[in-house]
Design a protein around this ligand. Structure first.
Ligand code: 5GP
Ligand code: MN
Length: 335
């Protein structure tokens, strides 16, 4: 149960949504299943209430979630264009303007009310949001979107249930990760009982990889190294190896899960090229706070799952070195 402060904040967010007629939805760069799923749930709730609503993403989402578009339309923002007319902006699955890419500056300069619906740790300092719908303990923003929808009096229909299920399953690794507690399992059960086609969602998200993916993963795993007596695993793959196998490795959870599956491993990091930069994904098993490590390197995320985009010009050796040092320091600081 959220405390009084959080409760008042949530009521403010709900009141803003109730009084708004043209709602613009968005989310973080390279939207994943949770980010898209949360937006889809809200989209259908607002439409059911007779409001105008559109989803505008800062850049193209991860392709494996394209199936959600059959039931929920979205557009990708033209970098030159202003934000479309709206009287409320709602951003899902992030609460840092920097995670909106170039859209962040437009949002910051705008006077229009804005809400973040999120489950990531909040940035310190002054909040850039008019109101927050935030719960650090929620396993997925998609579940927060369901709560939001129900608080507005809208019971989710089949489209919203499928979207919320996709959000929950992708953020919990199909209910495997440490964020999958009773709340996640109960929500999953009620969505499944409501008719979600789980086999279809699994197939769309996890069984439609490109033919080069297994060999792309093999290339990545050939660069696997262990440190700190096997408590730390680090791996990387470069553009040339991925191109050679026609592998995109859009989603790295499989690689990270495999590294984290090794007995004795507590923290893992994987480096790969993305949009011309080095992108790191960090995961831990139970004690290392990889959000703290990612933050020192300019990224962020959750305690057990975080990411970093290294600045332009960073070499593989530099990125690898700073990741290794950050994780080593975190492991050595443990009691
Ligand atoms: P992934 O490694 O799957 O891309 O991301 C894991 C988690 O870290 C997600 O919660 C994601 O939102 C967050 N994350 C990934 N990349 C970044 C980044 O560059 N900056 C921040 N602040 N968070 C990130
Ligand atoms: Mn999420």
């Amino acid at each position: 149960m959220p405390g009084n402060m959080a409760h008042a904040e949530r009521e403010r967010a709900l009141a803003l949504a109730r009084e708004s007629e043209r709602i613009l939805l968005s989310g973080h760069l390279r939207a994943d299943g949770d980010c898209l799923g949360a937006q889809a749930v809200l989209f259908h709730a607002f439409r059911a209430l007779g409001k105008e609503c559109e989803i505008l993403l800062p850049d193209p989402p991860d392709g494996r979630y394209g199936f959600l578009r059959e039931k929920t339309p979205w557009a990708v923002k033209d970098p030159q264009a202003p934000l479309p007319p709206h009287d409320l902006l709602m951003v899902c699955d992030c609460s840092r303007l920097s995670r909106l890419g170039e859209m962040g500056a437009l949002v910051e300069a705008s006077e229009i009310p804005r809400i973040a619906l999120d489950h990531h740790p909040l940035e310190e300092g002054k909040s850039p949001w008019t109101a927050l719908f935030h719960d650090l303990n929620s396993p997925a923003s998609g579940l927060l979107a369901l709560e939001f929808s129900r608080a507005l009096g809208v019971e989710p229909g089949p489209e919203a249930c499928e979207a919320a299920f996709t959000a929950l399953m992708t953020d919990t690794g199909w209910l495997k990760y440490s964020n999958a507690g009773p709340v996640a399992w109960e929500a999953a059960a009620s969505l499944v009982a409501g008719g979600v086609d789980t086999v279809k969602v699994y197939h769309e998200v996890y069984q439609r990889a490109e033919p080069g993916r297994p060999r792309g993963i093999a290339a990545a795993m050939s660069n696997l190294e262990y440190h700190e007596d096997g408590k730390l695993a680090l791996a990387w793959v470069d553009e040339a190896s991925l191109d050679g196998e026609h592998a995109s490795l859009e989603d790295t959870d499989e690689v990270l899960d495999l590294m984290r599956a090794v007995d004795g491993v507590e923290a893992v990091a994987f480096l790969m090229p993305r949009s011309g930069l080095w992108k790191a994904s960090l995961r831990s098993l139970s004690v290392v706070d990889v959000n703290e490590v990612a933050e020192t390197l300019g990224g962020g995320g959750h305690a057990r799952a975080s990411g970093v985009m290294f600045p332009e010009g960073t070499t593989l050796e530099e990125a690898r070195g700073s990741l290794l040092k950050g994780l080593q320091d975190a492991l050595r600081a443990l009691p």
